[in-house]
Design a protein around this ligand. Sequence first.
Ligand SMILES: Cc1cc2nc3c(=O)[nH]c(=O)nc-3n(C[C@H](O)[C@H](O)[C@H](O)COP(=O)(O)OP(=O)(O)OC[C@H]3O[C@@H](n4cnc5c(N)ncnc54)[C@H](O)[C@@H]3O)c2cc1C
Length: 423
Amino acid sequence: MVSKVYWTQEYPLGKNLVVSENFPENVDFAIIGSGYTGLTAARVLAKADNSVVVLDEKNIGWGASSRNGGMATPGLKQDIFKIYKKYGIEYAKEFWKASVDAIDLLENIIIEEKINCDWSRDGHIALACKQSHYDKLPEYSEWIRKELGHKKTLVPKEEIHSEIGTDYYFGGLSDEVSGGLQPAKYVDGLAKACTNMGVQLFENNRVNSIKKIGELYEIITKKGSLKAKKVIIATNGYTDMLVPQIKPKVFSVGSYIIVSEVLSRELQKKLSPKDRMFYDSKWFINYFRLTPDGRMLWGGRNDLSTDLDLRESADLLTKQVRTVFPELEDVAFTHTWTGKLGITFDLMPHIGVVNGIHYAFGYGGHGLSIATYLGTELGLLLSGQKVRSPFEEISHQTMFFYRKDPWFLPFAAKYYRFLDWIS
Ligand SMILES: Cc1cc2nc3c(=O)[nH]c(=O)nc-3n(C[C@H](O)[C@H](O)[C@H](O)COP(=O)(O)OP(=O)(O)OC[C@H]3O[C@@H](n4cnc5c(N)ncnc54)[C@H](O)[C@@H]3O)c2cc1C
């Protein structure tokens, strides 16, 4: 097994991408981070006739946006019923609608920008790992139907083989609006769409500091500097101490993936008859799917840390996938990699501003569609095409004990493991 991102091995980033070398002196917007958030914000701002640069410390699209599971599913990291309890039904409706609209937006961008990224909309199923998890689903799905007007379908254990080729689960809840794609192709296509609109992309350009000079911001990298009227931080799970007041608003959690060799067509059909996206009901969630070229992609984690030993984590993931699908015992897993998710303390994505510097992040494992949505939303807000967003209205909670290092993650991991055991 090689420690490499399968997606970028299949489709190297930036093959036909025009990146810039020389900084312009002044721009309207400087965006730091070249994933879905940064590029979708850039796309909207450039369309509205602004001059825009996007800077990344690695190559364009290098972060989570080219190394994720490629699964677009409705909902946010925070459970929608808990959102309702905390913010009331109107906000719950608005956040739910945004999460569904986000998938439509993703699809519309793919069509409009002619991004060839293997997008297909075959739905997903959330799988119950215990009978007690399944028992909650009828009431939950009925609440979603009645209050949010969204249809999910209960799949009892007796019918589970129509969805997935295993007896491991106790049933599930399917949803037809979800889809899947090849993430490296999508982020690369977004980058190309941005350059077509005049956005300048700068890679291998870590932004080391941002200084306010009069009405402008000076963006300083080791290769030079430029001035911008406005700055957007779009670094999500890779957010560092660049703006120390922003760092406490998000922390990084690692997610780990393994990918198998290509499965026979028969086995593909048996394991995933409807080519669904899958995730299960554990706190230490497993998410999985067939890749567009027919490999098993299996993701999860043993811990919340971002620096687990890749080999050990791959061994754990391989054991998990073979427990669920014993047919994979003799199938080789060829690739493993990791990436960082951005999580907030209330598990909600946020749009915000600190000292005049704008940000959008905190998607958990929903960033494929939600980062696309929030980047677009931020672009619309900053170009005056939208006047409000629920994601900027709710307060963005921080914790007095976290400023820089998420020292609390090992304790949180123990707590979630305990919840998985008792729930
Ligand atoms: C393994 C894994 C699996 C996932 N699976 C799914 C999934 O199936 N479905 C889903 O919806 N979501 C998934 N996610 C989440 C999703 O990938 C992210 O939420 C989304 O890609 C975030 O996009 P972004 O643009 O905000 O950040 P990123 O794509 O992470 O981009 C941030 C960029 O900021 C750059 N950067 C950081 N600091 C600086 C600096 N000082 N100067 C310059 N550049 C800087 C980094 O180099 C990086 O490229 C997954 C994430 C991971 C890691």
